[in-house]
Design a protein around this ligand. Structure first.
Ligand code: ATR
Length: 279
């Protein structure tokens, strides 16, 4: 698409940033809506994050997304942080305000929930229980999303018990810690199972988890989307559980940023999924 001298600008800062699918995703929406704008990869070293964010208004950028390893560091750089970003402890979306100040937010929690609602339309979350595997940045966003959606009881298992404790301390009483080697038993009675670890991702070890204790009525979702159908989702589908893959979380978390920078709220469609997967 050709852009003019008035093009609206945004991008994604990461280090490295070459793996990011966000330029392809936002590029699709810009093209689809005929918007005079560009969304570019911005390879920013960790030591340069402050200078790079401060340069956004000077360069006429409307804002940016942040990916690994910048999400946590940005909390102390931007001028204001919304409640979700503060609870999650990470910023993934920055908007340059009219006065040049920087507003940081986190759209991962609503992105996770929007994906779940789109992929499992009948799923009720209020008053339900979930098992969450992992205690990294993604787990924090998932836990915040689940609590905000009304999930009342979350059993959380992570390899490193110290990271489990941090989440339990932050989100008790809704979150209860489970030993990593007790994760299979923890599935008993759960309405939802979420994998937020990197296990099962291409190039990573498999997630070892017997699903026997999981009710057949439970929904299973994985934030890993490469491969799209992880071994966890394949095993869950084979025994009759509803499954939701992780690609939609990436797509849905991008919606608020696009709307803020480019002035149009885009849709997450099957065609978009295919386009992003084609990268
Ligand atoms: P993200 O921001 O995507 O959550 P992260 O903070 O690096 O990334 O978290 C990765 C998650 O995968 C963690 O829960 C990690 O467990 P630890 O906290 O014990 O490191 C989990 N993980 C990664 N490799 C693992 C492995 N081989 N076995 C079990 N868990 C693993």
């Amino acid at each position: 698409m050709t852009i003019s001298g008035k093009a609206k600008l945004a991008g994604v800062m990461g280090w490295p940033v070459g793996h990011s699918r966000s330029p392809r995703l936002h590029g699709y929406w810009l093209e689809k809506h005929g918007i005079d704008g560009a969304y570019v990869p911005l390879a920013v070293r960790p030591d340069d994050l402050g200078a790079a964010l401060r340069a956004l208004p000077k360069l006429g950028f409307r804002g940016c997304n942040l990916t690994v390893p910048h999400k946590e560091a940005a909390l102390t750089i931007v001028d204001r942080v919304d409640a979700a970003a503060r609870r999650i402890g990470a910023v993934n979306t920055v908007v340059v305000e009219a006065d040049g100040s920087l507003s940081g937010s986190n759209t991962d929690a609503p992105g996770f929930i929007a994906n779940l609602r789109q992929g499992a339309p009948g799923l009720a979350l209020a008053g339900k229980s979930a098992v969450v595997l992992g205690a990294g940045g993604a787990a924090r966003a998932v836990v915040v999303g689940l609590i905000d959606a009304g999930v009342t009881y979350i059993r959380l298992a992570n390899r490193s018990a110290d990271r489990t404790r941090i989440l339990v301390n932050a989100f008790a009483p809704a979150v209860v810690g489970i030993a990593w080697d007790k994760r299979a038993q923890a599935l008993e009675g759960a309405d939802l199972l979420v994998n937020t670890t990197s296990l099962g991702m291409e190039g990573e070890p498999p997630l070892e988890l017997a699903l026997d204790a999981l009710p057949e009525t439970a929904t299973v979702t994985d934030i890993v989307y490469a491969p799209l159908e992880t071994a966890l989702l394949a095993a869950a589908r084979a025994r009759g559980n509803g499954v939701v893959d992780g690609l939609g979380m990436l797509l849905h978390q991008a919606v608020p940023g696009f709307a803020a920078w480019f002035g149009t709220t885009p849709d997450v469609t099957a065609e978009l999924r295919a386009h992003v997967l084609g990268a």
